[in-house]
Design a protein around this ligand. Structure first.
Ligand code: NAI
Ligand code: MG
Length: 495
């Protein structure tokens, strides 16, 4: 669905909502101040100006929200709800989101800085995600197990209980929707901690969810900081599962914290995806996708194709065209129709990305595009393309989370696979070739959780997403995500 609301009208509506009521915590169906009374500031990264102050959750609020989520989990209104009623509840949430796409997108653009077109696509994807999971409610199946004539053995797939969910700031409305829909379709209840850098669409989404008939306490939302609210949630003895999306370093800390009660853990962490282009590929299509994946959302995407492996014979041609095309990605006001690139989320992220650009230059990579500091307001970094990068360089090994591409020439299939896999990440990867056998061979050899052939970054909620190696534990989307939010009970009946 494309939005028919003009950008200016959407911005005005979003600002009216942002300024209207104080932004609070959602606990047990009530919007409340933090127990401490504290609030924190949320900033518009395009203007560097204050958007609003948000109630700041801490461990006392985590206690209250977990208690509310436990009560809701055990209440007949949720635990006893028929799967079909749950389907209707999730479909209703989807319809409600669909009716608010322009507003949600505009709030996201103000809070996160992403261009409105990108935010609109993300908000639209949330609708599909809720509809996808709505269909699962009546399909969370147990099994019957062959046995002798004197017994019946069967399994039940049951919800885990209270799910703590910690999400990042890069595509918040999408992250919150994935986490809510997945947990709720399996009958769990949720305590969501959005990122302190962009929490407003999580609040608006929770308001919209509250407008449907979901029982109070099924969804709780606690804006706050990682080391306080986030850690309290990960450590909490009353939480049955923690689902985390964010940096690999914090993911490891979440695992350590979760040992308090051995809660279940799933992790969606960083990436450094190889995007491998062979000489026989449709080069123009490969180049267009290569630029879109490293520039989209200013590179603040875990699955972004940030290492572009190009076969030697087409290397010069591809590098030149990539730089040329990336140079047309105009940075600016997220609400302007011709803006392709928004700012990064914060001054800290901008400085981090600029430090990587410096490291690339010092390391001897050839700068093909970008590298200039942005003058004026906003945490902008323009598209930056490094050529003749060695895969061992820092810019090719560490997740930069900015619009920075490393182009790495390769000889043949074996060389591409060897270098592509030479990373401790394994989230996604792609291969471009017209040779069907080679495509499947390379896909099989690349160690990553989501692969593409002759495309990059396309998503379908039925397609599992998650990491090999240090890119995470478990999968979101698809059948495996149902397993990640349920547990098996096996039963023997003796006749
Ligand atoms: P981060 O991992 O600190 O933030 C993600 C979420 O974790 C936020 O909600 C934050 O409040 C929470 N958090 C932080 N410390 C925590 C703790 N001790 N316990 C529980 N929750 C905690 O990411 P950050 O520092 O904002 O970004 C740094 C880098 O991390 C980025 O440059 C990027 O490389 C990577 N990152 C990767 C993401 C992904 O989707 N894979 C998303 C965000 C960041
Ligand atoms: Mg913000």
């Amino acid at each position: 669905m494309t939005s028919t609301v003009p950008a200016e009208a959407a911005r005005a509506q979003a600002l009216a909502w942002i300024r209207q009521a104080p932004k609070r915590l959602l606990i047990g169906g009530q919007w409340v101040e933090a127990a401490s009374g504290k609030r924190f500031e949320t900033i518009n990264p395009t203007t560097e100006q204050l958007l609003c102050r948000v109630a700041e959750a801490d461990s006392a609020d985590v206690d209250a929200a977990v208690a509310a989520a436990r009560k809701a989990f055990e209440a007949p209104s949720w635990a006893g709800m028929s799967p079909h009623a749950r389907t209707r509840a999730l479909l209703k949430i989807a319809d409600t989101i669909e009716a608010h796409i322009p507003e949600l997108a505009a709030i996201e653009s103000l809070d996160n800085g992403m261009p409105l077109w990108y935010a609109t696509a993300a908000a639209t994807a949330c609708v599909d995600i809720f509809r996808y999971y709505a269909g699962w409610c009546s399909k969370v199946l147990g099994t019957t197990i062959p046995s002798d004539g004197g017994t019946l053995i069967y399994t039940l797939r049951e919800p885990l209980g209270v799910c703590g969910q910690i999400i990042p700031w890069n595509v918040p409305v999408l992250m919150a929707s994935i986490k809510f829909a997945n947990a709720l379709c399996c009958g769990n209840t949720v305590v969501l901690k959005p990122a302190e850098l962009a929490c407003l669409t999580s609040i608006r989404l929770a308001e919209l969810v509250q407008e449907t008939d979901l029982p109070p306490g099924v969804v709780n939302v606690l804006p706050g900081f990682g080391p306080t609210a986030g850690a309290a949630l990960a450590q909490h003895l009353g939480v049955d599962k923690i689902a985390f999306t964010g940096s690999t370093a914090v993911g490891k800390q979440v695992v350590r914290d979760a040992t308090s009660n051995l809660k279940k853990v799933t992790l969606e962490l960083g990436g450094k995806a190889p995007n491998v282009v062979f000489a026989d590929a449709d080069i123009e299509k490969a180049v267009q996708a290569a630029v879109k994946t490293f520039c989209g959302n200013s590179g603040q995407v875990c699955s972004a194709g940030t290492r572009l492996f190009v076969q030697e014979s087409i290397h010069e041609q591809v590098a030149e065209r990539v730089a040329q095309l990336a140079g047309t990605w105009k940075a600016g006001d997220p609400f302007a129709a011709d803006t392709r690139l928004g700012p990064l989320i914060s001054a800290k992220q901008r400085d981090r990305v600029r430090a990587y650009i410096g490291a690339g230059q010092e390391g001897g990579a050839a700068l093909r595009l970008g590298g200039q500091a942005w003058s004026g307001a906003g945490y902008f970094v323009e598209p930056t393309v490094f050529d003749h990068v060695k895969n061992g360089m820092r810019i090719a090994q560490e997740e930069i989370f900015g619009p920075v591409l490393s182009i790495i020439p390769f000889k043949d299939e074996d060389d591409a696979v060897l270098q592509g896999n030479d990373t401790h990440y394994g989230l996604s990867a792609a291969v471009w070739t017209r040779d069907v056998s080679r495509a499947h061979k390379v896909v099989k050899a690349l160690k990553a959780g989501r692969l593409w052939i002759n495309t990059f970054g396309e998503a379908d909620p039925a397609m599992a997403f998650g990491g090999y190696k240090q890119s995470g534990w478990g999968r979101e989307f698809g059948q495996e995500s149902i397993e990640a939010y349920t547990q098996t009970k096996s039963v023997m009946v003796r006749f």
